[in-house]
Design a binder for this molecule. Structure first.
Ligand code: FE
Length: 329
């Protein structure tokens, strides 16, 4: 009997000594997220194992693994992708007053499957030598004939543009949105680009005068080249506000360590972690009590579109069809 108790207590000790692990599947880039997990391990002793890949392969893997998946957290960029995971039933709803207090309601799933952890704006950028800010106003204005041959866009295949268009369908309806996108296509200076960097570089080079990009791409470029002749303009300030999106995450449906996953998500939303999460990528903290990096703050404050970012997912299919109808490649 005593022998057995001794054995049990030895087993318990070795289990406690074995460090807790949280497994993360992440489409957020490794160099942006690794420093945070290292800090979390230093803080808590919890090990964080990460699988990095693009969203498509990660979602396919989660679905194929089903209840055998080792993943506890899915981290992604764009509410459109997080909604995809939710829609594929790969995430579980969680109850967390910490996350509810740290993350504004419009930046998380109302049913708590996923939560924003950083904010990026998708707004207008212009060439300072050829455009005056007074000439700019809204996303819809970029469809006006005065921008003929002067607009650069990223491909419609990318989720960021799908999310922007999905949000506009919800805000102004499909008819006005389609008219706008048709106008954009008519105004293109050149065929759509493969990424936001190419859009900003084309504006800097004078290939076009205006375009749309996520703010952190601009942050990376001006960090390298402060003389870049490009500025952001906060779109739709007289209307719904500038389109914002998130990077964020949720607890995987079949998580083996759901409690540990939630604790890590809560920590990522905390004042302690939010600057590290956002600043490394020139994004805005999702937690409104945390100030952005000074370089990002210097772009000025602006009115955000406060529609729940989940709409980027729920109206994504409509957005894709709309863009296809008007020949936006
Ligand atoms: Fe991006």
């Amino acid at each position: 009997m005593i022998k057995k108790m001794l054995l049990l207590s030895l087993l318990a000790t070795s289990a406690a000594a074995q460090a807790e692990t949280v497994v993360v599947y992440s489409s957020r880039a490794e160099q942006l997220i690794r420093p945070l997990f290292d800090a979390y391990t230093r803080d808590t002793g919890v090990q964080v194992k990460v699988v990095f890949d693009k969203d498509g392969p990660l979602l396919a893997r989660l679905r194929a693994e089903g209840s055998n998946s080792p993943a506890d957290i899915f981290l992604s960029v764009d509410a459109g992708n997080l909604w995809q995971a939710e829609d594929m039933d790969l995430l579980q709803p969680v109850q967390s007053t910490v996350l509810a207090n740290n993350i504004p309601a419009n930046l998380r799933d109302p049913a708590q499957h996923w939560f924003g952890l950083s904010v990026r704006a998708r707004t207008i950028f212009y060439n300072k030598n050829t455009v005056k800010p007074a000439q700019l106003s809204s996303y819809q204005d970029l469809a006006e004939p005065k921008w003929k041959g002067r607009l650069c866009l990223r491909s419609s295949k990318n989720v960021y543009n799908q999310s922007l268009i999905a949000t506009m369908i919800a805000d102004i309806g499909p008819v006005k949105t389609q008219r706008m996108v048709r106008g954009w296509v008519d105004n293109l200076a050149t065929a759509p680009f493969g990424d936001d960097n190419a859009v900003l570089e084309a504006i800097a080079a004078g290939q076009c005068d205006v375009g749309l990009a996520n703010t952190y791409y601009y942050g990376r470029l001006v960090h390298k080249n402060p003389a870049l002749p490009v500025s952001p303009f906060w779109a739709d300030q007289a209307g719904k506000g500038t389109h914002v999106n998130i990077s964020g995450g949720g607890v995987v449906r079949h998580a083996k360590n759901a409690k540990g996953a939630l604790r890590l998500l809560e920590w990522l939303s905390s004042e302690k972690a939010q600057n590290l999460f956002a600043d490394v990528n020139f994004e805005y903290p999702a937690n409104p009590r945390v100030k952005p990096d000074p370089m990002v703050a210097a772009w000025g404050s602006f009115r955000h579109n406060l529609i729940n970012v989940r709409v980027a997912g729920t109206r994504q299919a409509e957005a894709v069809m709309l863009m296809d109808r008007v020949g936006y490649k």
